[in-house]
Design a protein. Structure first.
Length: 155
């Protein structure tokens, strides 16, 4: 199908670039957690406890950290690290992008709930939603080769 409006092509290319940047960011996050041994040490619990001491003790984030994140830091570290690996792989290869965008949104919302929200979060949240809602992606054929991606971009 030919794209008659150049803005559609620009939008598709922009979304593809965002997907690769998103994937690279999650790959770096997973690499960082693997090399710092988050899944087998108390590093994440220490981060949570430090953050808890810095925020208002009566806030939602404090309750989230106190009653959920700190007691369950080990499974959270596993879910976060493995989730980042899955999202990175998916975004960089183009396989299961919508599902991985939903996983990324879940991870980002939970990170934000723990009072780790900062100015860099909204672009990631918006990108995750855009990748989840990319309706055209499901209508294309399942061929994931580089040549087919190049052909779709140049149509």
């Amino acid at each position: 199908m030919r794209r008659s409006i150049p803005w559609q092509r620009i939008g598709r290319i922009t979304l593809l670039i965002l997907r690769y940047v998103f994937g690279a960011t999650f790959a770096y996050g997973a690499y960082h957690k693997l090399t710092r041994r988050w899944m087998t040490s108390t590093v994440l619990r220490e981060h949570f406890e430090q953050r808890l001491s810095e925020i208002d003790p009566h806030s939602f984030s404090a309750a989230y950290l106190r009653f959920f994140a700190i007691p369950f830091y080990r499974p959270i570290a596993w879910v976060l690290t493995i989730g980042q690996i899955i999202v990175a792989f998916s975004m960089l290869t183009g396989i299961g992008v919508r599902q991985s965008a939903a996983l990324a949104l879940f991870l980002l919302v939970n990170i934000s709930a723990g009072s780790y929200f900062n100015a860099s979060m909204p672009p990631y949240l918006i990108t995750a939603v855009l990748l989840m809602l990319d309706l055209e992606r499901g209508q294309e054929r399942e061929d994931k080769s580089v040549s087919s991606i190049r052909e779709r971009l140049l149509e």
